[in-house]
Design a protein around this ligand. Structure first.
Ligand code: PGA
Length: 245
């Protein structure tokens, strides 16, 4: 039985004061809930958010990581540095693939470095609108998955299926589409490693309260990666509660 998970991707949002307030509100409202909750604030606030959540069941994650543990890499943050302040890290988010030009190869390097440092990667995969419209979803997500996991993986791994065309648009994929892609990903994972059956698969892309339950009815979807709705405590709390039903 895979435990449900809701991960919050705050992206490049929140001031320090807003991050504190949101983390405190999540701790107050959701620390007794029977699912895993992960907050991924901007790098700058990781330390303070971790302190606010210390001793609670709510975990912290970063939104990105570099692939080397140290050295002359101006502006980058290493996996061993991150492991001092958080347990999870999103790797391969489509905004990094598309805006920052991260290749499948770079995503794979980041994933391996994160795992080796003891972080749990949340590997994001998903097709863009063009690939979706030409029915190439399966081909794209399978390529992204195989490339990122080429060397296998150690420890825990979480996958997030995030169709690029659904992110930030207010229009999520249908639960059936997401469920079908999740099944494809699960089959791929199982073919790579027997521990693939235990990997949690999240859906992401315009997840809103009232809409999550239908995704969770898909047998291979175990939770959600939430952007916009994770910045408002009322919406995020409703989502988290919806995931317990
Ligand atoms: P969204 O973002 O919920 O705002 O669509 C999800 C994500 O990009 O992880």
């Amino acid at each position: 039985m895979r435990r449900r998970m809701i991960a919050a991707n705050w992206k490049m949002n929140t001031s320090g004061a807003e991050a504190d307030a949101l983390a405190r509100a999540v701790r107050e409202r959701l620390s007794t809930i029977d699912i895993d909750i992960i907050l991924c604030p901007p790098f700058l606030w990781l330390d303070r958010v971790s302190r606010i959540l210390a001793g609670s069941s709510i975990k912290v994650g970063a939104q990105d990581v570099f692939w080397e543990n140290g050295g002359a890499y101006t502006g980058e943050i290493s996996p061993i540095q991150l492991a001092e302040v958080c347990e999870y890290v999103i790797v391969g988010h489509s905004e990094r693939r598309n805006i920052l030009c991260e290749s499948d190869d770079v995503v794979g390097r980041k994933l391996r470095a994160a795992s080796a440092a003891g972080l749990t990667p949340i590997l994001a995969v998903g097709e863009n609108r063009l690939d979706h419209d030409r029915s190439a979803t399966r081909e794209v997500v399978t390529r992204q998955l195989r490339s990122a996991l080429a060397g296998g993986w150690e420890g825990e791994l979480v996958l997030a299926y995030e169709p690029v065309w659904a992110i930030g648009t207010g229009i999520p994929a249908t639960p059936e589409h997401a469920g079908e892609v999740a099944r494809t990903l699960r089959t791929e994972l199982a073919g790579m490693d027997p521990k693939g059956a235990a990997v949690r698969i999240l859906y992401g892309g315009s997840v809103r309260p009232g809409g999550l339950a239908a995704f969770l009815r898909q047998p291979d979807i175990d939770g959600a990666l939430v952007g916009g709705a994770s910045l408002k405590i009322e919406e995020f709390a409703r989502l988290a509660n919806e995931a317990t039903v």
